[in-house]
Design a protein around this ligand. Structure first.
Ligand code: DC
Length: 249
């Protein structure tokens, strides 16, 4: 059986969740470094599959926002753990995309600044914060399929995900994507400055003790350096189709 876009609708039990696997019940993990194109791909995949899209980085950004607002020392893990435990983070659907609420305040439009890039990166090194946010991320896949992007989705959050992708691209290309995002959001800067900042955040993500950024052993790797977004999505959807066809055969 197939849907109008040619993807099989699914069949046999899979994904480690004990329910028959269908396109809209899939748990799909997309990990990779800054600017690899994760959120664009995750959003498009979720739209096509009619799954929920969850940007796990937005949760770390939300806590980073509160830490900055409250003047919390971003290197003090005991303080960050207490902040995490005392903060209510919610992601709610909105007409123009998901909204992020911190203790009931909509902070969505404040999360993409260089200051919050830095704060989220530091907050995410705290193991107790991660534990709390991982529980929240898992709860979001309890009732529906999800496409979730982040750094540890395939390794820690959903080790039994139906599909795992690891997206990467050359540093210079990733930095340029990030520079364009910043320009669009009214914070113009130079390519060199962004590249330095992206390299620093990458290094922190890859070398931190708690859930470092590494590809899951069973992740499908895609290098998007010279691939248009449409081609990356096409490859990902081909993997989804292959999986569902396997179930049906
Ligand atoms: O994907 P992003 O740039 O919005 O993520 C913000 C920060 O949060 C980034 O520095 C890495 C961290 N992060 C993480 O450690 N684990 C995740 N699953 C998602 C993001």
């Amino acid at each position: 059986m197939s849907e109008p876009d040619g993807l099989p609708s699914g069949g046999r039990i899979g994904g480690g969740r004990g329910v028959p696997r269908s396109r809209s019940s899939l748990v799909i993990a997309i990990d990779g470094p800054v600017g690899a194109g994760k959120s664009t791909m995750a959003r498009r995949l979720a739209e096509t599959l009619r799954c929920v899209y969850v940007d796990s980085g937005a949760m770390y950004r939300a806590l980073g926002w509160k830490a900055v607002r409250d003047g919390v020392d971003l290197t003090d893990h005991a303080c960050l753990a207490a902040l995490g435990a005392a903060t209510d983070i919610r992601i709610l659907p909105g007409p123009a995309g998901p909204r992020v609420l911190v203790d009931g305040i909509d902070v969505t439009d404040a999360l993409r600044t260089p200051e919050i890039d830095q704060a989220a990166s530091l907050v995410s090194t705290c193991a107790a914060v991660r534990e709390r946010l991982v529980a929240l991320q898992r709860s979001m896949a309890a009732r529906a399929g999800v496409v979730m992007d982040g750094r540890d989705i395939g390794t820690v959050v959903f080790p039994d995900a139906d599909l795992k992708f690891f997206l990467d691209a050359d540093l210079s290309v990733r930095a340029e994507r990030r520079r364009r995002d910043l320009e669009r959001s009214g914070a113009p800067t130079t390519h060199a400055a962004v590249q330095e900042e992206v390299a620093r955040r990458d290094a922190r993500d890859r070398t931190r003790e708690a859930s470092p950024l590494i590809p899951a052993a069973d992740a499908i790797r895609i290098d998007s350096t010279s691939l248009p977004a449409d081609e990356v999505v096409r490859r990902m959807l081909a993997e989804v189709a292959r999986l569902l066809e396997q179930d049906n055969s």
